[in-house]
Design a protein around this ligand. Structure first.
Ligand code: GCU
Length: 337
């Protein structure tokens, strides 16, 4: 608690100092217009070695060419995902890269990204994220919540891992506490699969696994290596239940205060870095699997059908909730194949 308080004070100090140092823009004394520049602070919760940091660095480089300076704060140093979303909402922080699952607690429209097996393949997932108007609608739908999303990055496929138990069927999850992201749909997913969901921030997962507070977790393979979960979890079972995109969000006030050129520079940088991230990500996953095996992790390919069946009622419930959900769901499915 005490640490958290000190941390918040330090964070607030850091942010206000940075805000004071933000570049101005406009015309010079003789009336000639200067190249407009603006600086933005972007937070995320992964290390500098993680593939998302590589691609956010690329984003920052490209945005810089368009006179938008982006400074990246990695390692969750400005807080967990929930904290940084709140900072962006209040305009204290300009940008953050967070999981679409974390955004569900702020706007229900994001729940579709956590629906298990809503995407049938990587191609389907990329196709929807790159081309669906529903995605753009969801990205723009949070203006009143204080932020908008301007791009996405591949966050891979999520599967369940435990200390040493292979998870082959929903029955294996009976009585097991599985950490999920702080997303109502992810909680409902583990319940539907027969386990006990335990929502918590990503940064707490390692210690919780180590101390037996939880029996397992679910994420992509980089969690085993980059976040060291493979030190305390040796069985990774390919349930492949979600493809959850990482999303780049910007404070709505900050966004509205930018010129069209600046907005364009940011959108272009997000699009280009999202595209190059696909390969960065695919390579990183291959490397993570090899490195995790060297840590003693075993990867189990399993029959996913019982998990797909157990999750099916969630698709029905999601669509029955309202017309918008039904429309989003049908639109997403129209991109399969
Ligand atoms: C992924 C995602 C992170 C998220 C994490 C989690 O790594 O990219 O943004 O925090 O999953 O499981 O919480």
């Amino acid at each position: 608690m005490k640490f958290k308080k000190l941390f918040s004070v330090a964070t607030a100090g850091l942010l206000s100092v940075s805000l004071l140092s933000a570049c101005g823009s406009g015309s010079n004394a003789s009336g000639d217009s200067e190249a407009k520049s603006v600086s933005m602070r972007l937070a995320h919760n992964q290390s500098e070695e993680h593939p998302i940091h590589t691609s956010l660095t690329e984003f920052s480089k490209i945005a810089g060419e368009g006179a938008v300076e982006v400074e990246i704060f990695p390692n969750g140093q400005l807080g967990a995902e929930r904290d940084v979303i709140e900072l962006v909402q209040s305009g204290t922080l300009d940008m953050a890269k967070v999981s679409a699952s974390a955004l569900e607690a702020f706007n229900e429209n994001y729940s579709i990204f956590s629906l298990p097996y809503v995407f049938q393949s990587k191609e389907h997932y990329h196709n929807v994220m790159d081309n669906s108007e529903s995605v753009q609608e969801i990205f723009q739908s949070t203006k009143d919540d204080g932020f908008v999303a301007i791009g996405w990055y591949d966050g891979g496929q999520r599967s369940i891992y435990t200390a040493d138990k292979k998870v082959e069927s929903p029955a294996d999850l009976n009585g097991m506490k599985i950490r999920v992201q702080e997303s109502p749909t992810s909680i409902a997913m583990i319940e539907a699969m027969g386990g006990s969901p335990t929502p918590m921030a990503f940064g707490e997962v390692y210690t919780s696994l180590q101390q037996g507070v939880i029996d397992g977790a679910e994420s992509n393979e980089t969690a085993l290596t980059s976040n060291k979960h493979g030190e305390v979890s040796k069985a990774y079972s390919y349930t492949e239940h979600q493809y959850v995109p990482d999303v780049l969000i910007v404070s709505a006030d900050k966004w509205d205060g930018l010129s069209e050129e600046q907005q364009q520079a940011i959108t272009d940088a997000a699009e280009q870095s999202s595209e190059s991230h696909k390969e960065v990500w695919a390579n990183a996953i291959e490397e993570a699997i090899t490195a995790a095996e060297e840590m003693g992790v075993t990867f189990y390919t399993i029959d996913k059908a019982p998990f797909i069946d157990a999750s099916a009622p969630l698709h029905e419930e999601y669509q029955a909730k309202n017309e918008a959900n039904k429309k989003y769901f049908e639109d997403f499915q129209s991109y399969a194949n």
